[in-house]
Every structure is written in C-alpha cells, then in structure tokens.
Write a protein that binds this ligand. Sequence first.
Ligand code: MLT
Length: 321
Amino acid sequence: MKNILYALAATAALIGGAKAQTFPTQPIKMIVPFAAGGPTDVIARLVGEHMSKTLGQPVTIENITGAGGTTGITLASQAKPDGYTIMMGHMGTHGAAPALYPDLKYDPARDFEPIGMAAGTPVVIVARKDFPAKDLKEFAAYLKTNGDKIKQAHAGIGAVSQMTCVMLNSQVGANPTTLTFTGSGPILSDLMAGKVDYACDQIVNLVTQIKAGSIRAYAIASAERSPVLPDVPTTAEAGLPDYQVTAWNAAFAPKGTPKDIVVKLNAALGQAIDDPATRKALLDLGAVLPQRFQRGSEWLRNFVVNEIARWTPVLKVASAK
Ligand code: MLT
C-alpha cells in the first residue's frame, strides 16, 4: 500500500514538474482591480507586455472594478490556481483592506502566492487647476475652513486614494464630501474637468497632467522630490512632514499555484523591470523600481504581513477621526 502511495506521489510530482516546464501554453489573464488608464492598470500593462514576450504567451489585462479593488482581488483569489489567472494588487488591496473591511473575503497574507513587487508609486496631493490655494499650507487651511463644501475623490474604501486621503484629512482636520470612483483614471478626468476639488493619488497617474498644468500638485509625500516632477515640493518642505506615503503595486497568484510556475512568473516580472524600455517607461511616470532584494516572492510575502501590521492601527485611528 505504502509503495502505491509513493508511486502516486511521484507521478503527481512528475506531472506538476512537467506542467511547469511547459507553462504557459495559453494566454495568462492578469486581473487589475481598478479602471483602465489608472496607475495599477498602467503598471500592469507595461510589465505585462514585456512578460508576454518572455513567456511566449499574451498576458491580457482584465479590469474588474469595485469596492476599492477588493471585488477584483476576491474574484482573482478564487480563480483556478494554475498560473493562468494572476492579479496586480497594491498597498490598498493587500495592505489596507483588512483594516477597512471586517468581512473581507480574502486574507492578503494567506490566500495568495506572491509573485513579485512591480513598482513603488509615491503619493501626490493634487487639486483642480484653479483651486484657491497657492501652497500646501493654504490648501490645508482652506480644507479645514470649508468642510463638506469641498469634494474629495477616491477609488473606493481601501483604495490608495482613499486610505491616503483618510490620513491626510485626519492630519489637517479636513472633513470633505467624498465621491467614489472605479479608479484613479476616472478621478483624473473629473479633476481636470473641475468636477472634484482634490485627491491623494499615485504619481504614475499624474505626471503628464501636472506638467501640462491641467491639475495642480501641492506636494509629493516622499522623502525626496521626484526627478520627473522636480518643481513639486516634498510634504516635509511644504510643512506636513508626517505625511509620507509611497504606495506599491505587486503581482500575486491565487493560493495553491505551483511553486515552479510562480518562479517562472517572478522571473518574467523581473525581466520586465530590467528591460530598458519598460524601465524607462515606468521611471518616466515617476515609479520607483524595486531593488534586487525586494523582488523575491518570499520577500513580498513578508512585506505584505508587515504592511497589514503597519496600516491596521493607523487606519483604525484615522478612520475613527
Ligand atoms: C487605480 O489604479 O485606479 C488606483 O490604484 C486606485 C487607487 O488605489 O486609488
């Protein structure tokens, strides 16, 4: 009996290994839990395009929006764990969501096989171009004075734009009316049209419009200015030193995806980040690329655990305010 079990286990291992060797034999779907054209989508498409070349099969993007990205990630977490459905998660879906959704249908630390970090994206405080404040101090004072007359946009509870503005609002004492969108792409259109007043958004979504003057940037929430937006002061320079936040985007597969397949996907993602054209495209948008030690699956697994631990108390306090 024991021998039969060993033989079965050996056959299963052989089949698994053979599968990984031939993987992929069909297109890979990468679920993006926000609207097309926003930061998550742009990063997923840039790395996905290069991963397609490495893997020899198209990596196609599917945008499944809703509930601050948690709708798409819930569906992705339930997909068959065969490497053909993966997802681009971020600081909100895999770091903040547990603090903000008591009934979250997935556990970011347990229900995924991390593939790898794709990019860091510093947060920028932006407003419609004619917002009546010349700098961050005036902006903060205006928000405080005008309360719910001010309209702040975000991409749903737990989205980066929501959680980071919860923090900003709690720090400056703002209490705006909030409007929910399916992603930062549509937020940007409404900011440019002057239909909303401000947002806390990721740099990757904003560089072109800030440079063109079609929206106004008050500060970047990173320790140093971005090389692509050298005129935008840091929050420390602008008088809000405690507001520091760089979001991140990372690829994940559903739990149970074979390790060999995750290794292949991780390598393809790493090659995308090292590809000169992909790298340049990401850097031109202000993304911060992961260093080598930040690229492994296990590194990402630990990072997610730490992010949940970091955000849960901060967001509980800030949301309560
Ligand atoms: C997006 O891709 O639209 C954003 O990442 C949304 C957000 O998290 O604010």
